[in-house]
Design a protein around this ligand. Structure first.
Ligand SMILES: NC(=O)c1ccc[n+]([C@@H]2O[C@H](COP(=O)([O-])OP(=O)(O)OC[C@H]3O[C@@H](n4cnc5c(N)ncnc54)[C@H](OP(=O)(O)O)[C@@H]3O)[C@@H](O)[C@H]2O)c1
Length: 317
């Protein structure tokens, strides 16, 4: 009985491993458009795919980022300036992509650009703080996708959306988790909708990785900024001790081992180049062994754990 079960599980992993090793053909003719290539995962992915021989169309937020990336890549890789919050910028970039790919279509669209916003209690924030994050991580991503989808459909290509473990478990307030939950919902509906067109949609749900997004100093500054603009009533409710615990979080909130960014970009590359990509990838040990299991646990247990681990407001009941 147990032997049979072990053999079945072994067979499942063997078949999966074999299927996932198969690579699509003619990679050197395939165009991939990536947003947010100034730094972090987007930057590394652009360089990695360029080395692999794909035709990289890298969108950077700044001219400085684009210039730096052009120096680090081959002549085949091209860059464009794109702010995903600006419709005119998206329209111009989509037109540029159309001219680059001509009648081949766009094989891959990687929605990577993102910001963290304020990772603090919701009650410290204003509506605008949420809007700022949603504009980049969710609405910008949707507008870029809708603008480029006709080209992706033409190539029967791939859409790869960069979500987060925070799109599975909302541990903090602020717009970040909301934007990633939204991204997950959009990706799920898009995947189902695009099945008849032979376009595959994958989501990458990384754990915690050291990039500009989670830079310790930036995080500490953003916590102070949010506290500064919280109302006096809210400040009294939470108290300075709460703020101090929050300020220490960027230092303490890190995985036991420093994780290599290529764990994430390898998943992105697989989603773009494998004949049978996965629907979801969970790069990082914290994602696999903490956040992912947590997301399947009963809500009451997660609530108890988060409130037990987190700081307590001064005026809590
Ligand atoms: N690092 C992590 O632990 C982690 C975990 C899970 C998911 N993620 C996700 O991974 C993605 C990449 O983040 P990262 O960690 O690589 O951080 P990152 O280095 O800060 O990369 C984010 C990129 O997006 C760009 N960007 C910001 N606002 C933009 C806008 N309005 N339009 C276009 N581009 C914009 C940034 O440009 P500038 O550099 O010029 O600001 C940067 O190049 C994000 O979607 C993030 O949510 C990260």
């Amino acid at each position: 009985m147990w032997g049979c079960l072990v053999a079945l599980v072994g067979l499942f992993f063997l078949v999966r491993w074999y299927r996932e090793r198969q690579v699509v053909s003619q990679l050197q003719d395939k165009y991939v458009f990536i947003t947010g290539c100034d730094s972090g995962f987007g930057n590394l992915l652009a360089r990695q795919l360029d080395m692999r021989g794909l035709r990289v169309l890298a969108a950077c937020l700044t001219e400085k980022g684009a210039k730096q990336l052009r120096r680090q890549t081959s002549d085949r890789a091209e860059t464009v300036i794109l702010d995903v919050t600006q419709t005119e910028s998206i329209t111009a970039a989509a037109q540029w992509v159309k001219e680059c790919v001509e009648d081949r279509g766009l094989w891959g669209l990687v929605n990577n650009a993102g910001i963290l916003g304020y990772l603090v209690s919701n009650q410290w924030l204003t509506k605008q703080d949420f809007v700022d994050v949603l504009n980049v991580n969710l609405l910008g991503m949707i507008e870029v996708t809708l603008s480029l989808l006709p080209l992706v459909r033409k190539a029967r290509g791939r859409v790869v959306n960069i979500s987060s473990v925070m799109g599975r478990v909302a541990m903090f307030g602020g717009g970040y988790s909301i934007s990633k939950y939204g991204l997950e919902a959009f990706s799920d509906s898009l995947r189902r909708e695009l099945l008849p067109f032979d376009v595959k949609v994958a989501m990458i749900e990384p754990g915690f990785f050291q990039t500009n997004l989670v830079d310790k100093e930036r995080l500490a500054c953003s916590i102070e900024e949010a506290w500064d603009h919280a109302s006096p009533e809210v400040k009294e409710l939470y108290g300075l001790e709460f703020l101090e615990v929050y300020q220490k979080l960027p230092e303490e909130f890190k995985p036991p081992v420093r994780q290599d960014l290529s764990l994430v970009t390898d998943c992105m590359e697989h989603a773009l180049t494998a004949r049978h990509p996965r629907t979801r990838y969970s790069p990082g040990w914290d994602a696999k062994f903490f956040y992912l299991p947590l997301s399947y646990m009963p809500t009451c247990l997660v609530d108890a754990m988060v409130s037990w681990l987190g700081p307590k407001p001064a005026k809590a009941l």
